[in-house]
Ligand binder design. Structure first.
Ligand code: NAD
Length: 428
């Protein structure tokens, strides 16, 4: 592999732009546009609740390691809080707070009856055995048994967690409460109440919103090219579904490096390769290795960042050539890049809109669990696509009305819904 494709560790949070500050700067602009009153502003600017837990876990070598975990409930005015759990060594409370607030705005944008939350544990799951991860997950669940609940706070997977961890969480919660509670968590395996269509839901929402944006720009999917950063759940599904719509995917990347093919990458081949090689693209021969930093500024029409936060910054935004950015990841664009992107006239489908297909189908999973009934894939897909298209149109119309970028428009739509609900519910 060429030396320049080697993945660099992200800088520790405090050396990067703080995602909480990035989130707050957009929130402040939207609040100003809406003329949000000081009282509601003060309620919304900070999380309702932040819980820090210490989780002692017996490691395989017999020693006890204490992990630090978080659960942040940003807001519950619209309904029980919803948000994933991240296992990563770079988990930071400020990051969890930003992600929790984004969940509030995301659920409000797609108009589903949830508030926002997020959780995380500082750990490196890649160096832990399945048994260690299971004991840590069960310990975390037990520590938060009074926070979680089908009508209180409903976790889901995020980076480093998946159906396996959600199954352990559901089991531990159910045992603790003496009843089977599938609706306490979403993203479960299909056999124990997971929803059809959940795996591809976020990538599908990215595709649906990308197509809606291309239409507004007067571009046909069959005439545009794209680059996708991140080839995990969101990136690979976004790539395959965009590819099926005729978009030429010229570049993809993952933690192992970035890969370019001027004639378009065969995405089905790339996915088959990744599945056969430990989830990594390293060594994929259907494309040429490129510098991962160059992927974001490569000559494509559509850019889909679907990996980590703060990859589009004031340092590289000037060089972006894409006409459209569709944010599969949470927070891939730092606030300092916004004015540069707006100046260049690039349309952005922001994270809280573009990647909300995931929470939408999580909501469907929860509804099915509560109904004790399973929907067909067609029902899930058709309803999720409609929600995504309606949300896109609402945000687009708001951006036209106030003459503001799509990102700020999404915040305006979300904050307006939450603020209006506060007006009706009152009760301070
Ligand atoms: P994942 O763990 O399945 O995949 C992450 C991918 O990004 C992997 O291919 C990894 O190799 C790659 N990656 C990591 N660091 C990278 C880097 N610096 N450069 C290039 N590639 C890199 O995670 P995911 O579920 O696909 O989540 C990706 C993003 O989407 C996260 O920001 C997550 O919060 C967000 N998101 C996910 C969902 C969901 O349903 N999975 C929903 C909404 C938002």
């Amino acid at each position: 592999m060429a030396a320049h494709t080697v993945y660099k560790e992200p800088a520790p949070l405090m050396d990067r732009e703080n995602p909480l500050e990035s989130m707050m700067s957009r929130f402040n602009i939207a609040a100003e546009i809406l003329g949000l009153d000081d009282e509601t502003y003060n309620v919304l600017k900070a999380p309702d609740k932040q819980v820090i837990v210490n989780i002692p876990v017996t490691m395989d070598d017999g020693k006890i390691h204490v992990f630090e975990g978080y659960r942040v409930i940003h807001n519950t005015i619209l309904g029980p809080s919803k948000g994933g759990i991240r296992y990563d060594k770079n988990v930071h409370l400020d990051e969890v707070k930003a992600l929790a607030a984004w969940m509030t705005w995301k659920c409000a944008v797609v108009d589903i009856p949830y508030g926002g939350a997020k959780g995380g544990i500082i750990c490196d799951p890649t160096t832990m055995s399945a048994g260690e991860i299971e004991r840590m997950t069960r310990g975390y669940t037990l520590a938060l048994k009074d926070i979680f609940g089908p009508d209180r706070d409903i976790p889901a997977p995020d980076m480093g967690t998946g159906p396996r961890e959600m199954a352990w969480l559901m089991d531990e919660f159910s045992k603790t409460n003496g009843m089977t509670s599938p609706a306490v968590v979403t993203g479960k395996p299909l056999v124990m109440g997971g929803s059809l269509g959940r795996t591809e839901a976020t990538g599908r929402g990215v595709m649906v919103s990308a197509l809606a944006a291309l239409k507004k720009l007067g571009l046909k999917p069959t005439e545009v090219s794209a680059a996708v950063q991140g080839f995990g759940n969101v990136g690979s599904w976004a790539a395959v579904l965009l590819h099926q719509q005729g978009v030429k995917i010229k570049a993809v990347s993952d933690i192992s490096g970035a890969y370019w093919n001027e004639d378009g990458i065969n995405i089905d081949e790339a996915i088959a390769y990744k599945n056969a090689h430990n989830g990594r693209l390293e060594g994929f021969s259907g494309a040429t290795p490129m510098n991962p930093d160059d992927l974001l500024t490569s000559a494509v029409d559509v850019l889909v960042p679907a990996a980590v936060e703060d990859v589009i910054t004031e340092h590289n935004a000037h060089d972006i050539k894409a006409k459209l950015i569709v944010e599969g990841a949470n927070g891939p664009t730092s606030a300092s890049a916004d004015p540069i992107i707006n100046e260049k006239g690039i349309m952005v489908v922001p994270d809280i809109l573009a990647n909300s297909g995931g929470v939408t189908v999580s909501y469907f999973e929860w509804v099915q669990n509560k109904q004790g009934f399973k929907w067909t894939l067609e029902m899930v897909t058709e309803r999720a696509d409609r929600i995504m298209s309606d949300a896109f149109e609402k945000v687009y119309q708001t951006s036209q009305k106030y003459k503001i970028p799509m990102r700020i428009a999404a915040y305006v739509v979300a904050i307006d819904k939450v603020a209006q609900t506060y007006k009706y519910r009152g009760g301070f």
